[in-house]
Design a protein around this ligand. Structure first.
Ligand SMILES: *Cc1c(COP(=O)(O)O)cnc(C)c1O
Length: 397
């Protein structure tokens, strides 16, 4: 008698899609390794090093033997400093350290937030274009992603009406990401207030992914939905982290700030899955928080460079017939429309890489066919050469 086979992959493993952006990335790396001169616009991280004083604080912690487990929600001083930042910098009244959880990366903070409030069968509203990981994380929680689309015509911003219409009795959560990856779009205070009001009235949570909160241009200001009112603060889970602001992607340090019962649930999930974010890395982050002026000075010098590249890339893209690009005011991405060429973004990107050795990320993975993402977290030389090649490629189509 043979036993039934119980050796198939889990529902979760079978349902999760690998990152669709990886195909182009893998090909680009392969070409580079083979000695090809590839112009890469695929980067999802700043091309700067972590500021020295942050690295030194981490080095000191290591030397001092801060090499043991830390409390699951993070070292107390860091949680307190983050809570204080949310009060003084984001204008969220009365944030307490017990509302803050430090995790191994902003990505993991998003996952923890979703795991804390989404049950199997729940719906989660995700505005498209979206960051590739949101729908997959919702599926890992057993939830159902429900996309609503806002293209370039609406500045990549969903309207309060769109949100209201998408909400059903099964809806638990809506994800807002401003400034946005992949579009760089930043919602205004009024727009965010209106969306927050719709969520509050419907009794659903907002996960506000503010990982790019300090990467802003043209004088626009960041607004946290949790700052609008006490009611808003009770409905919003704010996730952020150190990766993008301080060029610390490899450090794996994210943050989550939520009403205390949610932060407590998140801490339990973290305690059973990752335990804590790397202990000595947290001391580097603590230096970034405690020496805020110095940190912001480092951010400002990075922004100056990003801003110049942004305008250079934007003008170059809009000078190409058939490409139409909006002036994004945040993060380090531009998200032009390229559907005039009669090619899918996937085919366009593959052909562009093949023929001109330029790597861009096709829009399909972000729920936005007909668009492509270009990161300007790369050198002026790469942008200049990449634009020339892209123009030549488009002229041939
Ligand atoms: C980069 C990114 C994150 C988190 O990055 P970590 O490196 O995990 O801190 C979260 N959300 C968005 C939209 C991002 O682009």
């Amino acid at each position: 008698m043979t036993m039934p086979k119980n050796t198939t992959l889990s529902t979760w493993a079978r349902n999760i899609s690998p990152s669709p952006t990886l195909a182009v990335d893998a090909k680009a790396k392969e070409l580079k390794a083979a000695g090809e001169d590839v112009c890469g616009f695929g980067a999802g991280e700043p091309d700067f090093d972590t500021p020295d004083f942050i690295k030194e604080a981490c080095g000191k912690a290591l030397a001092d033997g801060k090499t043991k487990y830390a409390p699951a929600p993070g070292i107390p001083d860091l949680r307190a400093a983050i809570a204080q930042k949310y009060v003084s910098d984001n204008g969220i009244a009365g944030v307490r350290p017990e509302q803050v959880v430090v995790s191994p990366g902003g990505k993991y903070s998003c996952y923890l937030a979703i795991m804390a409030v989404v049950s199997p069968g729940d719906e989660v509203i995700i505005p498209a274009p979206y960051w590739v990981s949101y729908p997959e994380m919702v599926k890992l929680a057993g939830g159902m992603p429900k996309m609503i689309f806002a293209g370039q015509e609406s500045s990549f911003k969903i309207s309060p009406e769109q949100l209201r219409e998408a909400i059903t009795p099964q809806t638990r959560l809506v994800i807002i990401n401003s400034p946005s990856n992949p579009t760089g779009t930043v919602y205004t205070r009024e727009e965010l207030a209106a969306l927050t009001q719709v969520a509050i009235e419907a009794g659903i949570y907002i996960m506000s992914d503010e990982i790019y909160e300090y990467l802003l241009y043209d004088g626009v200001k960041h607004v946290s939905p949790a700052s609008f009112s006490q009611e808003a603060a009770e409905s919003v889970i704010t996730v952020a982290g150190f990766s993008k602001t301080f060029s610390m992607t490899g450090w794996r340090l994210g943050t989550l700030m939520a009403p205390a019962p949610i932060a407590k649930a998140v801490t339990s999930i973290q305690s059973q899955t990752s335990s804590n974010a790397t202990t000595f890395a947290q001391y580097g982050a603590l230096a970034a928080m405690q020496q805020w002026e110095r940190s912001m000075a480092a951010v400002r010098s990075m922004l100056e460079v990003f801003d110049r590249r942004r305008m250079f890339l934007l003008e170059g893209l809009n000078a190409i017939d058939g490409i139409e690009c909006a002036r994004a005011q945040g993060a380090f991405y531009l998200f032009p429309k390229m559907d005039a060429f009669g090619l899918s973004a996937m085919d366009f990107a593959a052909k562009l890489l093949e023929e001109e050795k330029v790597a861009v990320v096709p829009g399909e993975g972000f729920g936005a066919p007909g668009y492509m993402r270009l990161s300007y977290a790369t050198s002026d030389e790469v942008i200049e050469k990449g634009l020339e090649r892209l123009a030549r490629f488009c002229a041939k189509l």
